[in-house]
Design a protein around this ligand. Structure first.
Ligand SMILES: Cc1cc2nc3c(=O)[nH]c(=O)nc-3n(C[C@H](O)[C@H](O)[C@H](O)COP(=O)(O)OP(=O)(O)OC[C@H]3O[C@@H](n4cnc5c(N)ncnc54)[C@H](O)[C@@H]3O)c2cc1C
Length: 167
């Protein structure tokens, strides 16, 4: 069993953003991802899809688009690169190929996170899986009110005006 302060489940935009924020506060953490970084963009989107939001809006904590086409729309592979570069920028501790299959809360308040590659023990838990593993948490949610639950929402910050308009 491995011990860590915070387990983040999901290596998409929300999980990576949370990881970056925890780095800022020197909180020991791990990001458990069933596939690869940005897995949904790799395997659950159609190939020709482009981001629906312009590049200048693709902002994450301590990360933003710096390319030459702020008013363009990233392709899927560009967006995957964008998220991979984000993870590299802070050496995100992502464990890929690691599927969370169960989460239990112990009487001492700590979380036992079971995966296909072993068990993690954590003081804090962040669920950044979007909608996919509600079944894993159903019992936990019934039992526990203090779960640190991160419900994924569109989490690329939206500015009302583009930088050009604002200046
Ligand atoms: C067609 C389409 C177009 C979109 N276009 C835009 C856009 O242009 N701009 C925008 O801001 N938003 C867009 N969105 C919304 C965007 O996809 C979501 O808001 C965003 O991806 C949510 O990020 P997330 O990190 O919460 O979830 P995800 O990106 O879904 O990441 C969740 C991660 O959790 C992992 N995971 C799931 N279950 C487990 C498990 N049991 N164990 C371990 N890991 C697990 C998954 O593999 C995945 O990598 C679009 C969505 C769709 C469907």
């Amino acid at each position: 069993m491995k011990h860590v302060n915070t387990v983040i489940i999901g290596g998409g935009t929300a999980g990576l953003s949370m990881g970056r924020c925890l780095v800022e506060h020197s909180v020991d953490h791990v990001i458990l991802e069933r596939g690869q970084i940005a897995e949904r963009w790799r395997s659950e989107r159609w190939h020709s899809l482009r981001m629906l939001t312009p590049n200048w809006q693709s902002r994450l904590p301590h990360w933003q688009y710096t390319g030459t086409d702020p008013d363009g729309f990233m392709t899927m592979s560009e967006f995957i690169d964008h998220l991979e570069a984000y993870a590299e920028s802070y050496d995100a501790p992502v464990e890929t190929g690691t599927t969370v299959t169960d989460v239990q809360k112990r009487s001492d308040g700590r979380f036992v996170v079971t995966t296909n590659r072993g068990i993690w023990m954590a003081t804090n838990l962040v669920v950044a899986t979007e909608f996919s593993i509600c079944h894993v948490f159903r019992n936990l949610l019934r039992m526990c009110r203090r779960i640190s639950l991160k419900l994924s929402r569109p989490n690329i910050a939206i500015q009302r005006k583009s930088p050009k308009e604002a200046s």
